[in-house]
Design a protein around this ligand. Structure first.
Ligand SMILES: [Fe+2]
Ligand SMILES: [Fe+2]
Length: 444
């Protein structure tokens, strides 16, 4: 397996470093302590990686079997426009998650958890860098009026609230959010990357393998502390309860499901050869995978509560508790974590702004649904802007003043906050210097 290593042209690279200094102020701490925490792993490096020797033929869609495409102008306008949108969205999520994580990073109780999140943030920066590399290395002028500097500036000047995808517009309220986000939302990232590994656009496909290896670490950054917390909760620690984990999952899972796009869509991605699965299929697989994570947490909790049980006995007991909703040996159904119904608390896609409860029950009265959400979501989240915006919009839908489709459109979406307006609060990150001729450094 060979990899080509590439760097953005000088001023773009510097813009990302400047962004890093603002949003990852502990980056130097990470590098100074790298060997202590990750003694067997190569040091983090800010660059783009392209895996060489991947499949040369288109693997899905109308053009299956034809050679993969290497430059945007050969894609045709529809496919090129579609792909450009996907790369911008991907870049936005990478930078967006860093802005969220930094809010509560310092609140971790364990240094190891904190350093793992910090490494994950650095790797998200590299993922964003990788996407900028896709935008800058090739010529997108056939489908976009934006110049390279415009595209980069737009992405680097986004703040929480202006990112393309909803999950990246929601503030973190505690370090539990950092961890549950990694376990749930980075898992969506893993699905997207795995699907894009077969992309008909070869530079995209080549960008995926390294990102996927890094994404596996991001999932571990979430899952490992969640497992520990479930065990500690069973042993009587007061810090993070199963209820807190449940509510944090309730906050993030609906957003994770929505990141796959509308349940009726995704056909054009498959036809165009960019992804092998439609939205609903990928979303179902994702939800089943989160279900396995929850089962694992529950089993760890049960076995820590009842350490005298063997594996088979624990399996049997768990099945009884789950199917009968009973309490056995002091462990009840309500002590465990459960997956919300896929239509619960949704604001995009087929069930957007329907009042569907945690178990799939439907509500007629807005007040009843609001009370239901209050019981199932973290208190700190209820006090935030995102929930208020959602509820205000839901009220209008329930009153018949707004259609669900228009309401969905109103939820946080892309806004241009870049520096064309001198009174904009955002910062211009890219200086207007001529580009150096060579974009790449030799592979190493
Ligand atoms: Fe990422
Ligand atoms: Fe990630």
């Amino acid at each position: 397996m060979r990899t080509r290593e590439a760097r953005l042209p000088g001023n773009y690279h510097d813009a990302v470093v400047k962004w890093r200094d603002t949003f990852i102020p502990d980056y130097d701490f990470l590098m100074d302590n790298w060997e202590k925490h990750f003694p067997k792993e190569p040091r983090f490096k800010l660059c783009a990686f392209r895996e060489l020797g991947i499949c040369n033929e288109i693997e899905c869609g109308d053009d299956v079997g034809k050679p993969k495409i290497t430059c945007p102008s050969d894609l045709g306008p529809d496919r090129a426009r579609h792909l450009l949108g996907a790369i911008r969205a991907q870049a936005s999520t990478e930078f967006g998650s860093i802005q969220q994580h930094r809010l509560t990073l310092a609140r971790a109780q364990e240094e190891t958890d904190q350093v793992w999140v910090l490494r994950m943030m650095a790797e998200e920066l590299r993922h964003g860098y990788q996407m900028l590399h896709l935008l800058l290395e090739d010529d997108w002028s056939s489908v976009s009026d934006q110049t390279g500097p415009d595209l980069v500036e737009e992405i680097l000047s986004m703040q929480t609230g202006s990112h393309v995808l909803g999950a990246f517009n929601i503030d973190f309220d505690s370090f539990v959010d950092n961890i549950v986000f990694c376990a749930l939302i980075d898992r969506v990232g893993k699905y997207q990357l795995a699907m894009q590994r077969v992309s008909a656009y070869k530079p995209m496909a080549e960008s995926m393998p390294k990102m996927l290896r890094e994404e596996a670490f991001h999932l571990a950054t979430g899952v490992v502390p969640m497992r520990r917390w479930a065990t500690e909760a069973a042993e009587g620690d007061v810090y993070i309860s199963m209820e807190m984990l449940q509510k944090a999952i309730n906050k993030w899972l609906p957003r994770g499901l929505e990141m796959f796009g509308d349940e009726r869509g995704g056909g054009s991605n498959v036809r165009m050869g960019f992804k092998p699965m439609k939205n609903a299929e990928a979303q179902d697989q994702y939800r089943a995978e989160v279900g396995k994570l929850v089962d694992d947490l529950n089993m760890r909790y049960l076995r820590a509560r009842l350490p005298e049980l063997g594996r088979n006995e624990a399996d049997k007991l768990m099945e009884e508790i789950e199917t009968e909703r009973s309490t056995r040996h002091g462990v009840g159904w309500e002590d465990l974590i459960h997956l919300s119904h896929p239509h619960f608390f949704r604001r995009r896609g087929v069930p957007a702004f329907t009042m569907v409860g945690f178990e799939g029950e439907t509500f007629e009265a807005l007040d009843d649904y609001t009370a239901h959400l209050r019981r199932h979501l973290p208190e700190s989240y209820l006090a935030g802007r995102d929930f208020r915006d959602y509820l205000e919009t839901l009220k209008q839908v329930a009153a018949g003043e707004l259609s669900a489709v228009d309401a969905s459109r109103r939820m946080p979406s892309l806004r241009r906050v870049g520096g064309s307006c001198p009174c904009s609060r955002s910062v211009r990150w890219v200086s207007e210097e001529p580009l150096p001729a060579a974009a790449d450094q030799p592979a190493s």
